[in-house]
Design a protein around this ligand. Structure first.
Ligand SMILES: [Zn+2]
Length: 187
């Protein structure tokens, strides 16, 4: 895959003062958000796009809370958030909304994906190695509750896992419970 990389630009945000750089992989454009200088083993959060959560503040999931927490943490401690454009666990926005419609009828997040012909999680993380290599990062402290992400990043030296703790609300409590019970998340 031919990856096209933007310049580095300064991005002041409500969460802190960051540097950003875009990585174009085919029709997907990902973003690295980071503080300089990067440590030898920086904190890294790999966040997958969730338009409904990240932009609209949906209460059906915990994506925005996790993103805000990660950005606030790297502002304080240094590190990088890698924002991957794989909406809806990589089934895309239209399919995700169709899955939400099935959830409105009582299916849980996994059952809805299966009914649409998808696996519970279609995300991939190959691009993460490419991005980390670009910054010559060989070791990371990964901010995640998702052990599958640790396995998916097998060619990266993860020296520590830092948990990301989000409080449940009445809308996402069932979703978080499915993540914990059926998807192996360490919540
Ligand atoms: Zn979400």
């Amino acid at each position: 895959m031919n990856i096209k990389i933007s310049e580095v630009a300064h991005l002041p945000s409500r969460f802190g003062d960051f540097q950003v750089q875009a990585f174009q992989e085919g029709h997907k454009e990902h973003l690295a958000i980071f503080k300089t200088p990067l440590e030898e083993a920086p904190i890294v959060r790999v966040h997958s796009e969730c338009l409904t959560g990240d932009a609209i503040g949906s209460l059906k999931c915990d994506c925005r809370d996790q993103l805000e927490l990660a950005l606030s943490l790297i502002e304080k401690e240094g590190g990088m958030v890698i924002y991957l454009r794989q909406e809806g666990r990589n089934i895309g926005l239209r399919n995700k909304i169709n899955a939400y419609a099935l959830q409105d009828q009582g299916l849980n997040t996994i059952e809805a994906n299966h009914q649409l012909g998808f696996a519970a999680d279609e995300r991939t993380y190959e691009i993460v190695s490419t991005i980390l290599e670009h910054y010559k990062i060989q070791k990371i402290r990964l901010l995640t509750n998702n052990p599958n992400k640790i396995n998916a990043l097998e060619n990266i030296d993860i020296i520590e896992r830092l948990p990301i703790i989000i409080n449940a609300n009445e809308h996402n409590a069932a979703y978080l419970q499915v993540k914990k019970d059926e998807m192996g998340h360490l919540l």
